[in-house]
Design a protein around this ligand. Structure first.
Ligand code: NAP
Length: 249
């Protein structure tokens, strides 16, 4: 079964790893090409945008794709929406893999905001030293904040405007609790900003912030289409894919 996995996540790599080894599955993974040195999934990989929903629709037809798994990051809302439009127009099955979000525990001081602009507006009055852990995209939303100092962590350097007072920390998770705690103390961080990405690769910063009572601005995920079929884990996605293959005969 010719399957496209929209990737860029650990879940997508894990699913490609499982399915590539199975008879009857022909898997191609797709990456946006954002990261300079990406972790590549097993099997066939294509890189770069498709050219919107219409470009994706054409690509699916040209490559005889029968099924699409959207295992992109919970904040990659555009490609998820495009996948829904393209597969609906071709009546192809589409599954979204969305890891569960993080939830607030005792001692947490979270402020949930709907988007990056709201995060920037919120952070403006919250302290002098901000730890920005939203990846390289979207840092521009904070560029107009001239007062606070920012520790900006990303895998690759962000493009475009940055807040004038900042230090760039290039690093790829997973991050350990002891290291996150050290970082908060070393830079005398007052407030942490994060996307509500979920998962266990980058949640140590939340535990470190909880331990010292630092407030966290949590940006909410973009919504998936109302009728989306969604699973939370790779085993569930694999089960769904196999069931589809069985139905197909
Ligand atoms: P996005 O805002 O939803 O997508 C923007 C455009 O990038 C899409 O319209 C599409 O271009 C292209 N694109 C995105 N994902 C693609 C994929 N897997 N294969 C081919 N083209 C893709 O996405 P994003 O937030 O920029 O994320 C880009 C990639 O990084 C995704 O693969 C995502 O899983 C990964 N990622 C994102 C984050 C995050 O915080 N956003 C974090 C970790 C990993 P066209 O319209 O030209 O097709």
């Amino acid at each position: 079964m010719k399957t496209l996995i929209l990737g860029g996540t650990r879940e997508a790599r894990e699913l490609a790893h499982i399915a590539s080894g199975e008879r009857g599955f022909d898997i191609v993974s797709s990456l946006a090409g954002r990261v300079r040195d990406p972790l590549l999934p097993e099997g066939a990989v294509r890189v770069g945008g498709f050219g919107g929903a219409e470009g994706l629709r054409k690509w699916l037809v040209a490559n005889a794709i029968e099924i699409v798994i959207d295992a992109t990051h919970p904040f990659a809302g555009t490609i998820s929406a495009n996948a829904a439009i393209a597969t609906t127009s071709l009546t192809l099955p589409l599954l979204h893999v969305r890891r569960p979000g993080w939830s607030e525990g005792p001692g947490d001081k979270w402020i949930r905001v709907p988007d990056l602009d709201a995060a920037a507006a919120t952070v403006a009055g919250m302290g002098d030293r901000v730890f920005l852990t939203i990846g390289r995209q979207g840092v521009g939303a904070f560029a107009g904040l001239t007062e606070p100092w920012f520790l900006i962590r990303a895998i690759d350097p962000p493009d475009g405007a940055l807040p004038p007072r900042h230090e760039l920390l290039l690093a790829r998770g997973p991050f350990a609790l002891a290291d996150e705690s050290r970082l908060l103390a070393l830079h005398r961080i007052d407030v942490l900003v994060t996307k509500g990405s979920g998962g266990d690769q980058t949640d140590a910063k939340l535990l470190a912030a909880r331990a010292v009572g630092i407030p966290v601005v949590v940006i909410e995920r973009p919504a998936l289409p109302a009728d989306a079929i969604v699973v939370e884990t790779v085993p569930e996605a694999w089960e769904w894919l196999r069931a589809r293959a069985r139905t197909r005969g």
